[in-house]
Design a protein around this ligand. Structure first.
Ligand SMILES: [Zn+2]
Length: 280
């Protein structure tokens, strides 16, 4: 038994994202109806956070607040209690468009706090936009999940939290394995986890790996006492040659890893308590 045994592990399912298409994997949910069905199955498999982007009918990314509203309504109805987290990531819109859905008041929203390179472009998060998104989240009582694509983003999250710029409890996600950003490197992962423990012992953190790194980073996070994210947004395969059959299947394999490390899979209400969120 490790010292993390018994600590519930929050599993986040990133159901859709901005990039994967049906052509890449037909299981990627695109319409709001598909998103709700896929989320429902993922929640049954152990997900307590649904991280969502919305898409247009032609599968291109959208930032339409009406689509987010329809998704929110469906999730509340069909997955009662699940933590709803909307993406304010930069692939679905430009500038303040990225936060256009925040007045809907989801439980959480992703927040990038710095810029870095992505596979084929710069992921731009200028300071004024970061400050605006954070202030909108405060105004609408939304707990940010800070996306750390780089070490500097973790330090920025800590500084913003100390200044009172972030609503609620601090929650940081380490994202590893995005091409041209931070690779999935175990020494750096360990340093990230130690840094969070040293600077913000009351905070929670989670980690996500992209592509084939997904299951690797899931295991690092679970073994280290963090929380973890999986789902078709980050990875569409079960292994090199097999497409993942569903979001639920990716959650199930993370849940299996939780069992290996004696970590119970957090229920939505346990996850809400750990993250300091209001009850549903
Ligand atoms: Zn996302």
């Amino acid at each position: 038994m490790s010292d993390v045994a018994g600590k519930p592990c929050i599993l986040c399912c990133a159901i859709t994202g901005s990039l994967p298409r049906k052509l890449d994997n037909p299981a990627v949910p695109i319409s709001v109806t598909e998103q709700i069905e896929s989320s429902h199955a993922a929640v049954e498999a152990g997900a307590s956070i649904i991280h969502a982007h919305v898409r247009n009918a032609d599968e291109t990314p959208s930032s339409d607040p009406d689509k987010f509203a329809a998704l929110q309504e469906g999730l509340k109805k069909h997955c009662p209690g699940v933590i709803i987290q909307f993406s304010t990531g930069g692939r679905s819109g430009a500038g303040q468009e990225r936060g256009g859905m925040l007045p809907l008041g989801p439980d959480m929203a992703s927040l990038s706090v710095g810029s870095n390179n992505f596979p084929s472009r710069v992921y731009e998060n200028p300071p004024d936009l970061v400050a605006w998104l954070a202030s909108q989240m405060k105004q609408h009582a939304i707990t940010p999940e800070v996306e750390a694509f780089d070490l500097s983003h973790i330090l920025q999250a800590l500084a913003m939290h100390e200044r009172g710029d972030l609503y609620g409890k601090l929650y940081v996600q380490f994202v590893m394995g995005v091409k041209n950003a931070m690779p999935a490197d175990k020494e750096i992962f360990d340093f990230y986890a130690q840094l969070m423990q040293a600077r913000a012992p009351d905070a929670q953190w989670c980690a996500a790996g992209i592509g084939a790194n997904q299951i690797i980073v899931n295991e690092w996070a679970i073994a280290a006492g963090g929380h973890t994210r999986t789902g078709l947004e980050d990875n569409i395969r079960s292994d090199k040659t097999t497409l993942a059959p569903s979001n639920a299947a990716l959650i199930a394999r993370a849940a299996d890893l939780c069992a290996k490390y004696d970590r119970p899979v957090a229920t939505p209400s346990q996850a809400r308590a750990m993250l300091g969120l209001r009850s549903a």
